[in-house]
Design a protein around this ligand. Structure first.
Ligand SMILES: [Zn+2]
Length: 247
C-alpha cells in the first residue's frame, strides 16, 4: 500500500446527481456507482492499481471494483460520496466486506500514509500501529497465496536483477565499452522503475530494492565511477518516498 492523492470530484457528481443516485440505490439496491465517470478517475488516481494491495487493475478496468470505505450496509447515504470511494480489487473489496471502519478504523491510502503504519518482515506486512494491524486483517494484506508469495517472487526477481547489474558493472569495468555502460545503466534504471508509484506492488519493491545492501553498494560504485546520473537520482528519490520499515 502506498499513499495516494485523491483526484478532484468528477463534475458529473453534482449535488443533484449524488442525491438521485443515492435514492436510486436505496430504492433498488442497484450498483449506481458502477459507471465510467466514477471508475475512470478512481483508477487513474491509483495508477491503475488496487489502492490496498497494489495489484494491477488496468485491463479495461474490468477487474476494478468501486470500494466503499464506509461500507454501504452501515452507510447507505454515502454510496456515491466521492471521498468515500476507492478503487480496489475483488479480493480486497470482498475481504473487507461490510467491515465498519467507524467502530474499527483501517488505513485509507488517500488519507493516511501507510509508511507510518506498516512495515515488511519476511514479505509479510506487519502493523506498526493499531490502524496498520486492523488493515492487514480486514483487507487480508498477508494473504499467503495472492500477496505473500507474490512479494517473495518479486524479491527473488530483484535479487537476480541486482546480481546481473553487478555482473554488467564488472564487464564494463573490464572492457570500458559504451555498450557495456549503457546495458548497465538501463538495467539499474529498470530496477528503479519498479520502485515508482505507478509500478505494481511498489511498496514491496521499493522497500526490498532500496533497503538492499548489495543495491546500496552498487549505487555507491556507480557514483564513484561517475556513472550515476540525474535520471537515476530522480527515480531513486521518488522510490525512497514509498519505502516501508524493513523489520
Ligand atoms: Zn487488492
Amino acid at each position: 500500500m502506498i499513499k495516494l492523492e485523491r483526484f478532484p470530484k468528477p463534475l458529473f457528481l453534482t449535488g443533484d446527481k449524488v442525491k438521485e443516485l443515492t435514492e436510486e440505490y436505496t430504492r433498488s439496491g442497484f450498483s449506481v456507482w458502477n459507471i465510467e465517470h466514477i471508475k475512470e478517475p478512481l483508477l487513474r488516481s491509483s495508477f491503475g492499481k488496487c489502492s490496498y494491495c497494489e495489484c494491477d487493475l488496468t485491463e479495461e478496468s474490468k477487474y476494478m471494483e468501486v470500494e466503499h470505505f464506509e461500507d454501504k450496509k452501515h452507510n447507505p447515504d454515502k454510496v456515491v460520496t466521492w471521498e468515500n470511494l476507492l478503487p480496489a480489487c475483488k479480493k480486497c473489496n470482498g475481504s473487507k466486506g461490510t467491515h465498519d471502519v467507524i467502530s474499527e478504523p483501517i488505513l485509507n491510502p488517500y488519507v493516511n500514509d501507510p509508511r507510518e503504519h506498516l512495515a515488511i518482515r519476511f514479505y509479510r506486512m506487519r502493523g506498526l500501529t493499531q490502524l496498520g494491524k486492523n488493515s492487514i486483517d480486514v483487507v487480508g494484506l498477508n494473504n499467503q497465496e495472492r500477496l505473500v508469495l507474490k512479494r517473495f517472487e518479486i524479491g527473488s526477481q530483484i535479487a537476480e536483477s541486482i546480481e546481473m547489474a553487478w555482473e554488467r558493472y564488472s564487464t564494463y569495468k573490464s572492457n570500458d565499452r559504451t555498450q557495456s555502460k549503457n546495458r548497465l545503466i538501463s538495467l539499474v534504471e529498470g530496477i528503479l522503475a519498479e520502485c515508482q508509484p505507478k509500478a505494481i506492488y511498489a511498496a514491496t519493491t521499493s522497500t526490498v530494492v532500496l533497503s538492499d545492501r548489495s543495491f546500496i553498494g552498487l549505487i555507491a560504485a556507480l557514483k564513484n565511477d561517475d556513472l550515476w546520473n540525474d535520471d537515476l537520482e530522480t527515480l531513486y528519490e521518488s522510490g525512497k518516498e514509498l519505502v516501508l520499515e524493513f523489520a
